[in-house]
Design a protein around this ligand. Sequence first.
Ligand SMILES: *[C@@H]1O[C@H](CO)[C@@H](O)[C@H](O)[C@H]1NC(C)=O
Ligand SMILES: *[C@@H]1O[C@H](CO)[C@@H](O)[C@H](O)[C@H]1NC(C)=O
Ligand SMILES: *[C@@H]1O[C@H](CO)[C@@H](O)[C@H](O)[C@H]1NC(C)=O
Length: 366
Amino acid sequence: MYDAAMKPKYKPLPGNEKPQATFSKCPTWCKLTRFKIIGLIVIFLTAIVFLLVRCFNTSMVQGRLFCCTQNPILAPAGNLYKETLDKTLGDYDETLEGSNNLHYKHTRRHLPQCLVIGVRKGGTRALLTFLNLHPLVVTAPNEMHFFDDEDNYSLGLDWYRKHMPFSFEDQITIEKTPAYFYFDYVPERVYAMNSSIKLLVVVRDPTERAISDYTQIHATKVLKNKPHETFEELVIDEDTNDIRRSYTAVRRSIYHRQLEQWLEYFPLKQFHFVSGENLVNNPYKEMYKVEEFLNLPHRIQKDNFFFNKSRGFYCLQMADRQKCLAESKGRKHPDVDPDVIDKLHEYFDNHNKKFYRMVGRNFGWP
Ligand SMILES: *[C@@H]1O[C@H](CO)[C@@H](O)[C@H](O)[C@H]1NC(C)=O
Ligand SMILES: *[C@@H]1O[C@H](CO)[C@@H](O)[C@H](O)[C@H]1NC(C)=O
Ligand SMILES: *[C@@H]1O[C@H](CO)[C@@H](O)[C@H](O)[C@H]1NC(C)=O
């Protein structure tokens, strides 16, 4: 009696059996209408197509098979790239930071397929900085002085390669050491490494170059107010009152002699001469020719450059700011006696004409 009385109390009421079951058969997602589901699928497919197209374009530009790394020009906001540029432009003339040295998959260190061999104070630094804008170019972080320095050279090509940045198979590795152009034992060594290597030479008005050479060498002395010889004292021979031919700043400005040493090993078609004047005054046009010489697709664009009137030279236009070549580029040349300038112009005139004939281009120096 007692049990029977309790039982019905705990038995579920007939209408309340499995009360939730009928509703939980359809969770939230299945409440969506067919229309909404189709809409979602369309959005999903569109996103995939968009990503594929983007990836394909990037790979085309970079010649890469995957799309994890961004093209620095298409995506100039990439922090890595900006940092690299900052460093690159940190000092226009003397120090040099090359491409960022990250070891992506499928990259390795390659010996340079192109060298910037000269000339000292010609604008090689600007050339390398501008070349760095190109996604298919990587540059060595320092002037290596591999071929001109006995100690470095004796360490061998493997040592040299280990100092090159990582690069993809289709990228061009470039090293610049302006001293290479000058020393007569360098061409043979470069030839031994790669007889079909491409050679870039930035040339500039030899008179300006000589003064600039002097200015750099004496800059520290001038800065510290140490006694130093003037340009005139060094460049003019007291006895003859003529140009002192043995002065290195003069000798380095005679381009045809240095080129002759190189032409013993390499045909002219392996050289490209960059006008240092044009590089400053019309960088886009000059870089276009360099891209052509290197068989690179044109990627350096007009609006990568921006003329800063107060500075009087081009700066690089980046996504969110401008980046200008650093101060030492604008290092003040001393006021050289105009008579000495005239003498230099006269002295270099024949040498320049010889050089123009050799390379088949008139650079229009005074
Ligand atoms: C090569 O030798 C020069 C000395 O002439 C040195 O300053 C330079 O750092 C050397 N290069 C490297 C990568 O060590
Ligand atoms: C030599 O340089 C040429 C021109 O840049 C390049 O195509 C070639 O791959 C280089 N050879 C080697 C072995 O690096
Ligand atoms: C040009 O260079 C000057 C001097 O460095 C700088 O102060 C100025 O902001 C630059 N002008 C522009 C428009 O970038």
